[in-house]
Write a protein that binds this ligand. Sequence first.
Ligand code: SAH
Ligand code: SF4
Length: 378
Amino acid sequence: MSDAPSDKINLLGLSIAKLEEYFVSIGEKKFRAAQVVKWIHQQGVTDFDAMSNLAKPLRDKLKMEAEIRPPKIIFQGDSADGTRKWLMQVDGGSSIETVFIPDGDRGTLCVSSQVGCSLDCSFCATGKQGFNKNLTAAEIIGQVFLAAKSFGLPIKDSQKRTVTNVVMMGMGEPLLNFEPVVDAMNLMMEDQAYGLSKRRVTLSTSGVVPALDRLGELTDVALAVSLHAPNDRLRDTLVPINRKYPLAVLFDSIRRYLDRLSESRSVTFEYTMLKGVNDSDALAHELSALAKTVRCKINLIPFNPFPGTQYEVSSRNRIYAFQRILLNDGHVVTVRKTRGDDIDAACGQLAGQVDDKTKRSARYIPVTDVTPSTEHAV
Ligand code: SAH
Ligand code: SF4
């Protein structure tokens, strides 16, 4: 773990297929790939000398030209409700956030895909910070690696309080960082690595339609779509990418994605509840009609405020009234519990430390002070 990127090849983000290619390129047998993947992702090993089933000359060669380098943890915070947040430094010096949310038998890890985000949804702290860079596959899977390591590997060990689900719902738009995200999700599902089932790895998107179509050709992870509005007029103002890919186009793409999966699979619509903006009875009815056109679940997310935002969260009664309308129409609707807000780990509060390349933040009030508070520092 060092601050500066090196010339060495980082094996952490390589799928078995890519590692096989690498081993063949250095004159080794393909099966070394599975051995090394197991050492890294199931045993948490970063030191080649600890890989006892590799011959010494191979270990020496790997030490010369390769490395296993996750991001560097610069802060870890524990919330009173069990939520744990890490601030991790990535190559280039910016930092990202990763959040672990325990809930009964489940442990969900919320993973970032970019430093900042270029899409500028009006209610999102990450969007307000602008865009800095795409994470590498090593930086994405590195978040799972470090979280799993902090709870004790391998994560498949059900006796341990550990990561059972991964959601690509941290900072960034995963479909705008396509290859690294797909590579990292493949490692999450790879038996020799984390072995999570495709239903336990979820990609969340605000609706980058061409990339969603490509995703469907390559993988069958669970899909969440950030809807937030049931008509184009309102969605254009909240989720600007809607102007490029409006709801009719987005829904066609979602249906294509679901058509490739079994009948039991559905999309989850995320709908952030913004007081007086998207929370009326009329909009609930409109959402209900729209949601009837595709197999879905609806997740209502109470808006998490952040400094400088113009929005407020809908009242609890308003959220339940909105939910009731959808339930009465036969939809499956949950209201997300707000978790980890005492450590700014709730959705949309993830800000990291972004050196904004888009200069959007210069037009915006500074979003958050991420200086670790000593009461949560470890
Ligand atoms: N870019 C992807 C994934 C990251 S955002 C996407 O937009 O889907 C993860 C989720 O948090 C999205 O549903 C997003 O709309 C929601 N979100 C963003 N800001 C929020 C806020 N301030 N309060 C509540 N939810 C928020
Ligand atoms: Fe980006 Fe998602 Fe935030 Fe929109 S909600 S700005 S797509 S991270």
